[in-house]
Structures are given as structure tokens and as C-alpha cells.
Design a protein around this ligand. Structure first.
Ligand code: 7RM
Length: 635
């Protein structure tokens, strides 16, 4: 499965295009199956319908855990570093992690969970989060992890959409100097989620919380009770799953206010995340791999938990934030745990770069071998800083492009093998066939072209559906261009055939690496009693990549404008969460609309970006005067 040189890459790539089924079948054979598949691939992008490794039977946790026990049972699977520098870090060998996962799988079963149930996980970055994810997979329950930075209303939407029967959470969470009351957010969300029968609560911060009799269960109590009820609570048979049984749902923002529940299935996800982990990062046995992403995002699913564990690697999980207790924390963790491969987001690199080199200097960073970047385009300045000051000009930087919907890395250098170029994700991985199209869907062939990025052949971990609404999956990804998966990104292919992602071409924005829907933010703003309408667009932001610019209409004149803006920020934080706080708010008396009442976001985007002399055609506006007013009041 391992690519070892650029010639090897070229020949594997060729094989993956000419004989995709043979190519992936060879790789899939390396895993543990309860029953081998009988057909490798069936697909149709019209409906859409993609199936890999048909009728194969397996459990992904047997591949993540049991498979390694015999030879590597005492090898470290997980290292955990706490938010607080003074709290002891924890480590789990493969044997220990296996036992913990089985034990918690038994807790889930004891609380009524079974194969096919949806379980929402809303937790801090503690080992129990990874244990909960794997325990769901162990029993065949479908996990839906919701990022802890989302608030009750976003959480409720997600629980409700997936019809979850169980929620796993903690009393509170530590993030930097803050204590976040997670359980009370769950309590508020559950006022509108009758499907939830049980809430399992991990004790983390010890804050006082309400425990509802018969519904809320303490993790440690439920776990202790097992020892009385079972002879072997640390063992739990792995449920037999079909290759195409759902493994998880992960919500991602789209152009409407309602997030999409991206569905991934068992075998294809397993094969692709392991394959990409090993090849992109060129992982060597014994190395420590650190992905800084939260498990609430796809990067945490695929490269903090599944990819590394499937590969028998040592994965590091960090509970805190890059700037606590100071901006040297990442570098101190790298030295402390001798991290070899470090995978983070450009927004983190830019914010640490802005804090100055004094926070880097005290650290050796000599364990590092490879650096990775994910989530947004990495600007050249950040790329060079990362390469020079963190990698000491000695570590290849892999700029990995991919999406929640692709589940694994799609376009990226292979560390130490592909010649890198700052700002470029470079070349597609084997199995990935990118095409660029113009707005009408004509394929742009040859090099030196720029268009919209599509993929023309299925890879094993392609999105299968959007939960509960297959039509939406078709509409969002498979109907823009015939027989192509549409990514939503703009992209350039340069003279060397290298790909450079230019950014989103739809109504979602990447803010600090978090994908947010502008419509979702507008809904949250509109919860403020005085706001009648709002329009949100992105604007370029030095650290965050993109910032949030909100134009709002207030239903009566308020003289205390600054207070109103503060209230709007609080409203967004309350309903959607702190990650969606607007950076700029402009109170306006009208929005630029067409005669049919559609907001012309193109104009607002230009204004927010400061391109005020180039607003384009405004002749179709109902009232062109609103544009002048907005320009006068720009913040
Ligand atoms: C992994 C992840 C997906 C969107 C994607 C792009 C942007 C991600 C890069 C990137 C430029 C990169 N999943 N994106 N990686 N843009 N270079 N290396 O981020 O679903 O949350 O977001 O992120 O716009 O479509 S995601």
C-alpha cells in the first residue's frame, strides 16, 4: 500500500485510473474482513449511488484495535495532552484502548444502544471522546459528533435531524482559561429533542450540573456497574457490519440554513483513510503523529482517530488551544512528546506567526520530520514561516486538500516524494481524478487553466448520502455538472499540472478553518428581537483566512448602535456558538435586492472585501440607492 518514490506514484496513479477496481481491491485485502466482498464497485453519479466492496463484512474497530493486539498490543496507541500544563498526560496502549472501547461499548449496550441507532457525541477533546466514537463503531451504532463550539440550537438541529436516541457528553470542558458548561447546553438542546432517551455524562471539570433521574447517567457509574453485571466487561464482540453500513454522520454547512448530515460507510472509509494516512504522511512505525484538529470536524475523525489507529500508529490528542498558557504551547507539546509528524491548519500557523519567534525559540523541535496543513489555502508567507521556523528547512510540508464529503485527503504532496510548491496542494492521490470545468460545465483540458474543481470517478470514501434526504445530496454535489462530483471550490492547474485551490465559490465561508454557512449565521442573527433581516458574507482576514461581515436591518431606530452590535454578537454566540461570531456588523436600512426580492450577495461581498470601485452590474437592483448608503456606512 505504501508509495515509495515519484516513479512509484506515477505508476500507481496510472493503475488507479486504468484499473480502479483491481487497484483498490489489492489495498482492501490488507485489512481484516469477517467475510470478503464479492464485487468491488458499483456506481452511478446520476442518482447518486456508490457502493464499494459489496457484501463484504467487517468491523472497523477490529481493524483499528484487535488487529494490532498480537504484535503491537503494548505499543502506545493514544497520547493525550491536557489543556492545563500541570495536568498529567495520559497514554493508552493498543491493549488498553481496546479494553476501554469494549467496556464503553458494553455501557452503550446496557443503556439500550444497538446497531443502526444514531448517537450524538458532544464532548471535549479527552480520550473518552475517541473511546466513545470507537465504542459506537464497535456495536454498529452510527456516531454523529458535534463540535463543542456549537451552541444549543445548532446542537438541537443536528440531534433532531439524525433522530438520535442517545447523547454522550461531559459536565464541562476546559478550553484555554475558560470552563465551558457542555451539559447545560445539552439540557437546553434536549428541550426540543424527544428522541433522546439517555444522556451519558463524563465527569471532566466537576462543575455542578443537573442530572435528570432515569435519563442522565454518569459515565463512571455506568462503567463501574458493568463489573457487577458482567464477567468480562472489557470484552465486547465487534458487530458484523456490511461494507456499506453507515459508520457515521457528520454535519457540514451548506448554502441553506440547515446543515447537511454527510454520511460515510464502513469499508470504503476504512480503506481510504488508512491508505491516505500512510502515503501522504509516509508514517513510519514508532513515530508520533499529531493532528491538532478537533474530533468535531472531519480532520479529527480521519486523521486523529481512524487513519492512525488503522495504521497501528501512535496518535496524539490535545485538549487545549494553541495560545494557552502562551503561544508556545504547540511547540512545547512537540518537544514533550517527541512528535514526528505535525498536522495543523493555516489559521493556527498565521496566528502563531503573528505572536513572534520568541515563542518558538525556547523549543528544539528536532523530533519533527514532516509538517502538514489542512482546511484552507495556505498563503506563501505562512508556508515559508512554517517550513523555516518550525520545520527548520528540514521537513517537507504537505498541503492537503480535501473535504468532509471526501472523508480523506484528495490532492496533496506525498511527504518527501512529491516536489512541493508553496500554496499548491500539488497532485491528486491515486484513485482521485480531478477535472476543472467552466461555469457551463465544459471541461478545461491541459495546463494553465482555472475553473471549478470536480471529480469524475468515485473513490472509496466518497459521500454516500445526506442523512434523511438523498435528494439534497444529489442537488448539492451531483447535479451542477453531469456525471461529476462538484466540490464547491475554485481551482487552478498550473504549467506543471499542479493544483492550487482558490477557495469556495458558494455561500459557505471558511472562518479559522471552520466551514460555516452564511444562511445559518443569518438565522442566528435574526433571533435578535430587533433584527428584521440580515445578510452575511465573508471578507479576507489576515489570521482567520475569512472573517464574518454581517449587514443587518433593525426594525426601529436604535441610538445605542454599539450596544446593539454587542447584543447581536451575544445572540449568535447563544444560538449558534462562539465560532460564528461576526467580526464586523453594519446596521443598514435596506439590502441590495433584485426586483424578485433576492439579495445580491455579489455586491455585498465586493463591499465587504473593499472592492468598492468594481461592484459590477447594479442595474437590476430594485433600489440602487441602498448601495450608496451601505458604502457610506462601511465598517
Ligand atoms: C478537511 C476540511 C472543506 C473545504 C474545501 C476547501 C477548504 C480544505 C484545503 C482547502 C485550500 C487546502 N474539510 N480546504 N483544505 N482549501 N487548500 N489544503 O477542511 O469540509 O471542513 O472543508 O475547505 O474550500 O472545500 S471541510
Amino acid at each position: 500500500m505504501r508509495i515509495s518514490s515519484i516513479e512509484d506514484y506515477n505508476s500507481q496513479y496510472k493503475k488507479s485510473v486504468e484499473q480502479p477496481e483491481e487497484f483498490w481491491a489489492d489495498i482492501a485485502t490488507e485489512f481484516t474482513w469477517k467475510k470478503k466482498w464479492d464485487k468491488t464497485l458499483e456506481w452511478n453519479f446520476e442518482t447518486p449511488d456508490v457502493k464499494w466492496f459489496l457484501n463484504g463484512k467487517l468491523n472497523i474497530t477490529e481493524n483499528c484495535l484487535d488487529r494490532h493486539l498480537k504484535e503491537n498490543g503494548n505499543k502506545t496507541a493514544l497520547i493525550w495532552e491536557a489543556n492545563d500544563v500541570n495536568e498529567k498526560s495520559r497514554t493508552f496502549t493498543y491493549k488498553e484502548l481496546h479494553a476501554e472501547v469494549c467496556r464503553f461499548a458494553n455501557v452503550l449496550k446496557n443503556n439500550g444502544a444497538k446497531k443502526g441507532d444514531r448517537i450524538c457525541i458532544y464532548m471535549p477533546m479527552v480520550p473518552e471522546l475517541a473511546i466513545a466514537v470507537l465504542a459506537c463503531a464497535r456495536i454498529g451504532a452510527i456516531h454523529s459528533v458535534v463540535f463543542g463550539g456549537f451552541s444549543f440550537s445548532s446542537l438541537a438541529d443536528r440531534i433532531h435531524d439524525a433522530d438520535c436516541s442517545l447523547v454522550i457528553t461531559s459536565d464541562g470542558a476546559y478550553r484555554g482559561a475558560k470552563d465551558i458548561p457542555l451539559k447545560s447546553v445539552v439540557d437546553e438542546a434536549l428541550l426540543n429533542c424527544p428522541s433522546v432517551k439517555k444522556v451519558i455524562v463524563l465527569k471532566r471539570t466537576g462543575i455542578e450540573i443537573k442530572m435528570q433521574n432515569g435519563k442522565d447517567v454518569w459515565w463512571h457509574q455506568a462503567s463501574a456497574e458493568l463489573s457487577l453485571a458482567m464477567e468480562n466487561p472489557d470484552e465486547c464482540p465487534a458487530e458484523e457490519m456490511d461494507s456499506e453500513d453507515k459508520l457515521f454522520i457528520l454535519y457540514t454547512s451548506g448554502s441553506t440554513g440547515k446543515p447537511k448530515g454527510v454520511v460515510h460507510t464502513t469499508a470504503g472509509y476504512m480503506v481510504y483513510t488508512a491508505y491516505t494516512f500512510q502515503n501522504v504522511f509516509q508514517y513510519k512505525p514508532g513515530e508520533v503523529f499529531w493532528c491538532t484538529a478537533d474530533v468535531g470536524w472531519i480532520t479529527g475523525h480521519s486523521y486523529l482517530i481512524y487513519g492512525p489507529l488503522l495504521s497501528g500508529a501512535t496518535t496524539l490528542m490535545f485538549e487545549g488551544i494553541p495560545t494557552y498558557p502562551d503561544a508556545g504551547r504547540f511547540w512545547s507539546v512537540i518537544d514533550k512528546h517527541k512528535v514526528n509528524i505535525f498536522y495543523t491548519a493555516p489559521t493556527a500557523i498565521r496566528s502563531l506567526m503573528a505572536m513572534g519567534l520568541d515563542f518558538v525559540k525556547p523549543y528544539k523541535l528536532d523530533s519533527l520530520r514532516i509538517l502538514g496543513s489542512v482546511g484552507e489555502p495556505i498563503n506563501e508567507e505562512a508556508w515559508h514561516w512554517y517550513h523555516e521556523h518550525i520545520g527548520k528547512n528540514n521537513c517537507p510540508v504537505v498541503d492537503t486538500w480535501w473535504q468532509t464529503e471526501t472523508a480523506g485527503i484528495m490532492i496533496s504532496p506525498l511527504a518527501g516524494i512529491t516536489k512541493t510548491k508553496p500554496g499548491f496542494a500539488t497532485l491528486p492521490l491515486p484513485g482521485v481524478q480531478p477535472v476543472l470545468v467552466d461555469e457551463k460545465g465544459n471541461e478545461l483540458t491541459g495546463n494553465n487553466v482555472e475553473g471549478r474543481l470536480c471529480i469524475k470517478f468515485p473513490w472509496p470514501s466518497i459521500i454516500r448520502t445526506t442523512y434523511g434526504n438523498h435528494e439534497r445530496c444529489k442537488e448539492a454535489y451531483f447535479s451542477h455538472y453531469k456525471n461529476l462530483y462538484f466540490t464547491g471550490d475554485g481551482c487552478r492547474r498550473d504549467e506543471d499540472g499542479y493544483y492550487r485551490i482558490t477557495g469556495r465559490v458558494d455561500d459557505v465561508i471558511k472562518v479559522s478553518g471552520h466551514l460555516l454557512g452564511t444562511a445559518e449565521i443569518e438565522n442566528a442573527i435574526n433571533e435578535h428581537a430587533d433584527i428584521v433581516e440580515s445578510a452575511v458574507v465573508g471578507f479576507p482576514h489576515d489570521i482567520k483566512g475569512w472573517g464574518i461581515y454581517a449587514f443587518v436591518i433593525c426594525d426601529h431606530k436604535r441610538d445605542d448602535k454599539e450596544k446593539l452590535k454587542k447584543e447581536i454578537v451575544e445572540t449568535v454566540t447563544k444560538f449558534m456558538g462562539p465560532i460564528a461570531k461576526p467580526d464586523k456588523i453594519q446596521i443598514v436600512s435596506g439590502l441590495p435586492k433584485t426586483r424578485s426580492g433576492k439579495i445580491m450577495r455579489r455586491i455585498l461581498r465586493k463591499i465587504a472585501e473593499g472592492e468598492i470601485n468594481n461592484l459590477g452590474d447594479t442595474s437590476t437592483l430594485l433600489d440602487p440607492a441602498v448601495v450608496d448608503e451601505i458604502l457610506r456606512g462601511k465598517v
